[in-house]
Write a protein that binds this ligand. Structure first.
Ligand SMILES: [Zn+2]
Length: 471
């Protein structure tokens, strides 16, 4: 299924050999040190870039997702296979923003989307207030098509960083308007920013998009039969539900597509014809599960992202002009499996506990709050397969009802931080906090010119690479 992607390394090698006439070995060592400038030979021409973002994925998640995938489906992940792919590039992404070593998604996506580091909270607007032209607009003038796919609201920061400029990332009504005629395929959540009933300005964006030639769809079934070239698909009011909860709910299964399904719909449209394209695909809720210190939800989101990667890699296998880049915008709470027991021999068993988790922590808190008098301990027992000790349950109920807590780590002194630690007592998973971290993220790339994404990649250099490749 994936063998065709070996093709590009063969092409690249013959190109490098042609450049140096027999100096192949020295070329390869210098290539590893210095990324090649754009070359326009037929063999390394890029028609499409598919930029895949596992939002908020700390590096340790890759290893845990591999183990979890083997545990629950007897096979490893596609990203792991990609690391073993000879032709693939491997690197780290330096993710800091203009005002912090720790970026948010708005500044991170702006770095990719405009080539400038901006302050957290802003999208493609410099610290001194200058609006920057986003990559979808820059490339759009050159006839490049653009698409955005996410499990968050489609107006959320990571997709918005490729196609909009706003002073405040929360200005999602403006983001929904700026996409019109700039982005051809929009698939995700966020009905509320297109629907006149929920927009403050009462504009009916669904009808404006329809008038502009978009096919507007609202559920999973429509996605499966959709014919249009330009698509606006919003499948949920806000962000998509976590997969772990979606899979327990027939209504959500009926209405909300998977990231893989949306990715297939987008990629198949861009592969048709011969126009250049840029497609961003975001697994958004990995980040949200990390904020919640929720390992069950997080690993299932990461596997859903991985399914999308498998689909994209498989669909593009026969095309030697498509570059796939897989990365994350920043780390989040840095989850990791700790050594448990003498000689750490209890760690594997603890990790296996994760497969028995049936719902997100978010849903547990929500269910408990929306059913006054319900038994929190019992809910946790049913959904997370753990029995809290009396003092653990007291601490959790105290912080939920009156905000009081005995917790020495300020970063964890909140309900999600406490529940994450209690679950960690059974799974071996620890967290550094409940917010983003400064760690570099992983980046893998396969396809023509993938070498540009090896070594240490500065997030704001991504813009220049993509514009050179597609523009
Ligand atoms: Zn976040």
């Amino acid at each position: 299924m994936f063998s065709a992607s070996n093709r590009s390394v063969v092409d690249r090698r013959s190109w490098l050999k042609a450049l140096t006439l027999g100096g192949a070995a020295s070329v390869f060592s210098s290539c590893a040190e210095k990324k090649p400038a754009a070359q326009s030979t037929p063999n390394n021409k890029v028609r499409g870039v598919i930029f895949m973002v596992s939002d908020g994925m700390s590096p340790g998640v890759l290893t845990m997702a591999q183990a979890f995938s083997q545990q629950i489906r007897n096979s490893g992940t596609t990203w792991w296979k990609l690391l073993n792919e000879r032709s693939a590039a491997r690197g780290l992404m330096d993710t800091q923003s203009a005002n912090s070593m720790v970026t948010d998604s708005a500044a991170a996506s702006s770095a990719w989307g405009s080539g400038h580091r901006v302050n957290n909270g802003m999208i493609n607007v410099t610290p001194d207030g200058k609006e920057l032209e986003p990559i979808a607009a820059v490339l759009g003038k050159k006839g490049v098509r653009c698409g955005l796919v996410t499990t968050a609201k489609i107006t959320h920061a990571t997709p918005a960083g490729f196609a909009t400029s706003v002073r405040n990332r929360d200005d999602e009504e403006s983001i929904a308007l700026q996409y019109l005629n700039r982005v051809e395929i929009l698939l995700g959540g966020g009905v509320e920013y297109f629907d006149p009933a929920s927009r403050k300005d009462r504009k009916d964006l669904f009808s404006e998009y329809r008038t502009a030639g978009y096919e507007v769809i609202r559920n999973r079934e429509q996605l499966q039969s959709v014919k249009g070239k330009k698509l606006l698909g919003t499948f949920h009011a806000g962000h998509f539900p976590y997969n772990i909860d979606r899979e327990q709910n027939p209504d959500l299964m009926r209405d909300v597509p998977t990231l893989e399904e949306m990715s297939r719909a987008a990629v198949s449209r861009f592969l048709e014809g011969n126009q250049n394209f840029l497609l961003q695909i975001e697994g958004a809720r990995i980040d949200h599960a990390a904020h919640m210190n929720d390992i069950g939800a997080l690993l299932r989101e990461q596997l859903a992202f991985d399914d999308a990667l498998a689909a994209v890699w498989g669909m593009t296998a026969g095309h030697d002009d498509i570059l796939i880049v897989v990365t994350s915008d920043h780390g989040n709470a840095n989850p990791g499996l700790n050594g448990l027991g003498s000689t750490y021999s209890d760690s594997n068993k603890a990790f296996q506990h994760i497969s028995g988790i049936k719902s997100s922590h978010d849903k547990i808190f929500h269910d408990w709050e929306s059913h006054p008098g319900s038994d929190l301990g019992k809910l946790i027992q049913q959904q997370l397969a753990i029995t809290l000790q009396t003092d653990e349950l007291d601490a959790l109920q105290n912080i939920l009802t009156n905000g009081k807590v005995n917790e020495w780590n300020d970063l964890l002194a909140k309900p999600e931080g406490l529940l994450g630690q209690f679950v960690g007592n059974h799974t071996g998973i620890g967290w550094t906090g409940t917010s983003h971290t400064s760690d570099p993220t992983l980046v893998s790339a396969v396809g023509p010119q993938s070498e540009r994404f090896s070594g240490m990649v500065i997030n704001s250099d991504v813009f220049g690479h993509i514009v050179e490749l597609l523009g």
